[in-house]
Design a binder for this molecule. Sequence first.
Ligand code: C2E
Ligand code: MG
Ligand code: MG
Length: 256
Amino acid sequence: DLHYAQERGEFVFHYQPQLNLDSGRIHAVEALIRWQHPEKGLLAPAAFLGTLDETGEIVGVGRKLLLAACRQAACWHAAGYPDLGIAVNISGREFWHDSLIETVREALVQSGLPPKSLQLELTEGIFMENVDSAVDRIRALREVGVAVSVDDFGTGYSSLAHLQRFPIDVLKIDRYFVQDLPDSQTNKALISSILALCKGLGLDTVAEGMENREQLESLRTLGCRIVQGYLISRPVPADEIIKLLQHDWLQEFGPA
Ligand code: C2E
Ligand code: MG
Ligand code: MG
């Protein structure tokens, strides 16, 4: 099934907005893979991503989807949102594949998307597999002009000593730290420290998995500007994004 899904065009992206709490604007959307299965319906990545990765098919699927996401973002730019960024997840196998840089270049050229609008999300584990080579690869990506973020930060094995060596732009705070806000003093302290660390290193931060208003207020108080989670929106098909871009977020979630 998985093998033919690619040919049949059953892999699609849903998009989830990242909101800037200060400006009330959607700063970027994250592309998240879904499998539109003919019998089982819409499947989340947990059901099939591991297998795609094991067989190596993720490389071909990822290449096609990256181009689709860049084209979609270019459409949103043309529709009057030229500052909207697009974040795409890259697995270890995709990151280390020889074709990575060429694939990214090709997607940008074919879609006409400005490189600075594309952000690639990598998990900490990928960086730590081989620190020196990862630094070189991220540099090469940065030379193409795209931004790089560390996804699920705080759950892997990042060493702080290594973190400062990586030429990254954004750090995404894993939802594990967000879920127990505002009650958990420990998680508040951890988020504060991550924010201070990012400030010192000149990195942007995105808090993931924000599901309710209490978490939003807590994140705002802690100084987190960009948030992503079900409270803003679940990942949705591309044609539902314009409605979210037009929404008055300051009115809904502006400071009390
Ligand atoms: P991720 O990149 O950390 O993406 C965030 C995940 O959290 C997504 O799950 C999203 O739907 C979910 N999420 C967002 N907001 C909330 C919230 O408020 N509460 C909760 N409980 N969950 C929330 P999803 O779509 O199932 O994706 C899971 C993982 O699969 C992603 O984690 C990413 O690592 C991977 N993935 C997704 N799409 C791709 C892709 O195109 N390529 C590759 N290589 N990996 C992908
Ligand atoms: Mg991600
Ligand atoms: Mg994440």
